[in-house]
Design a protein around this ligand. Structure first.
Ligand code: NAD
Length: 486
């Protein structure tokens, strides 16, 4: 059995409490590891190590030296690509094609892209004349914030964690990562990479555990943490924000969504269906940017419903390494119960179930996994639970619309504001909508396409702050103004 330890000050450590919990493979419910839960003692030690590293070798490195280490981290992740792949797949059950094309390569790339950002982003400087006739030069310097707490979800474990650790380290901070209790493996493995490339001790630390009364709360409430970056549910983000208020620490929050797709009758039909299939069902719908509300212009409503039904029914569930597997399980039995509960609610509230609605029949020990059918509903009012609440499963509600104004009102009538995708050949209309839809990200004839130099984040209850490119520097550094008179 794999023993999954905390990584503190460059060393793998158990805990003083002796408390462990199980790492479960969602494909068949088997136990793949024992995770050592960090208590207050371990969290204190991790934060102390991170704080000390700021003043040690790490703090003395030049930007160029720091960047060289980050580049080495990316190279080492790629060299151990298969180890990361196996670990991520065992924790999540996601299909091999997804983990090998998205999770692991992006996990490595996240260390490289911020090298360019930190090296090429200038700070402003202004020259002025002083009242007594002398000259003054005012300029900005970026300084690291200090110890950053990185609290992560389970849906894209390595990718979302390194999306924060990459820029945090590029900016000269140190980090204490709290991976999701469901997916501890790749964050732990990254400790080996850090040691292999000679990262100074204490720069990268990992503490395992849960949220309340566990590692998550101990970390975010710790007075020596100087900033908190979080990805997860909006409810959790709000708790973390309260913890951050104590000591007035800055937060960056990437949270839930109830993302819409808007499909006009003039869209490129096949391309739109291809994209919608991904946005609704990829990663078993466990993507924060995923579509759960589809609005279709009435003339092609039936055609879109039929085409998406065909696609949903062709999503073959199966083992991650089977070539023809199109969809993996949900992350856990607990999440499966939540999604099934919402499938029932949809039925109780009067939905027409176009396809799915339950659990697929799986062979052998896969019966013990947390599988779920891709599901499509129609016929619900905009106030229905599955039209308003985030589900985080492979499902969507499809409804018709008749005008741009009507659909805009429906898309915006939600407390979340993460992402939207608009499908049309009328580029003026697409841009008009993109500027009025209340979201952090709007795609036109695309989904999940990202240039990592651009801002990423949510509006309304989907988030606070933006990360990506220079926007990450805004969160991971303090901008100091220096004024010199001469
Ligand atoms: P979650 O909020 O349950 O957990 C996220 C992390 O927070 C975990 O590590 C958890 O242990 C920790 N946590 C929980 N309670 C805590 C507390 N009281 N104090 C400190 N830490 C605590 O989210 P999840 O179920 O892991 O992930 C799914 C959610 O994440 C969905 O809502 C999804 O939309 C969102 N998400 C958002 C983005 C984005 O970029 N906006 C990306 C991925 C996922």
């Amino acid at each position: 059995m794999k023993q999954i330890l905390n990584f503190i000050n460059g060393e793998y450590v158990r805990n003083t409490s002796g408390k462990t919990f199980q790492d479960i493979n969602p494909v068949n419910g088997s136990v793949i590891g024992n995770i050592y839960e960090a208590g207050q003692v371990e969290v204190n030690a991790a934060v102390a190590a991170a704080k000390a590293a700021l003043k040690g070798d790490w703090g003395r490195l030049s930007v160029a030296e720091r960047c060289k280490l980050l580049d080495a981290v990316a190279i080492e992740i790629n060299r151990r690509f298969d180890d990361f792949l196996q670990a991520e797949i065992a924790d999540t059950g996601k299909p091999h094609h997804l983990a090998s094309h998205v999770d692991i390569p992006r996990g490595a790339a996240n260390f490289q892209i911020f090298i360019d950002t930190i090296k090429s982003t200038a700070t402003e400087s202004f020259n002025m004349r002083t009242p007594d006739g002398k000259t003054a030069l005012s300029y900005g310097v970026r300084v690291p914030r200090g110890v950053i707490a990185v609290v992560c979800p389970w849906n894209l474990p390595l990718l979302l964690m390194t999306w924060k650790v990459g820029p945090a380290l590029a900016c000269g901070n140190t980090v204490v990562v709290k991976p999701s209790e469901e997916t501890p493996a790749t964050a732990t493995l990254l400790g080996e990479v850090m040691n292999a490339v000679g990262m100074p001790k204490g720069v990268y630390n990992v503490v395992h555990g849960f949220g309340a009364n566990s590692a998550g709360a101990f970390l975010t409430e710790h007075p020596d943490v100087n900033g908190i970056t979080f990805t997860g549910e909006t409810r959790t983000g709000s708790i973390i924000m309260k913890a951050a208020a104590n000591g007035v620490r800055p937060v960056s929050l990437e949270m839930g969504g109830k993302n819409a797709a808007v499909v006009f009758a003039d869209c490129d039909f096949q391309a739109t269906i291809d994209t919608l299939t991904r946005s609704c069902f990829e990663n078993a719908g466990q993507v924060c940017l995923g579509t759960e509300r589809v609005y279709v212009e009435r003339p092609i409503f039936e055609k879109v419903v039929a085409a998406l039904k065909d696609r949903a029914e062709s999503m073959k569930p199966g083992l991650p390494f089977d070539k023809d597997t199109k969809i993996g399980p949900l992350i856990s039995k607990k999440h499966q119960a939540k999604v099934l509960g919402l499938y029932k609610t949809a039925k109780d509230e009067g939905a027409t179930i176009v396809t799915g609605g339950g659990i697929p029949d799986m062979p052998g020990d896969l019966k013990n996994g947390s599988w779920i059918q891709p599901t499509i509903w129609t016929g619900l009012p905009e106030t229905a639970t599955v039209v308003t609440e985030e589900i985080f499963g492979p499902c969507c509600h499809i409804s018709p619309f008749d005008s741009e104004e009507e659909v805009l009102g429906k898309v915006n009538a939600n407390r979340y504001g993460l992402a939207t995708a608009v499908f049309t050949q009328d580029i003026a209309r697409a841009n008009r909508l993109a500027q009025q839809i209340e979201v952090g990200l709007c795609w036109i004839n695309a989904w999940f396409l990202r240039d990592l130099r651009t801002p990423f984040g949510g509006s309304k209850q989907s988030g606070i702050g933006r990360e990506g490119g220079v926007h990450s520097l805004e969160f991971y550094t303090d901008l100091r103004n220096v004024m010199v008179k001469f």
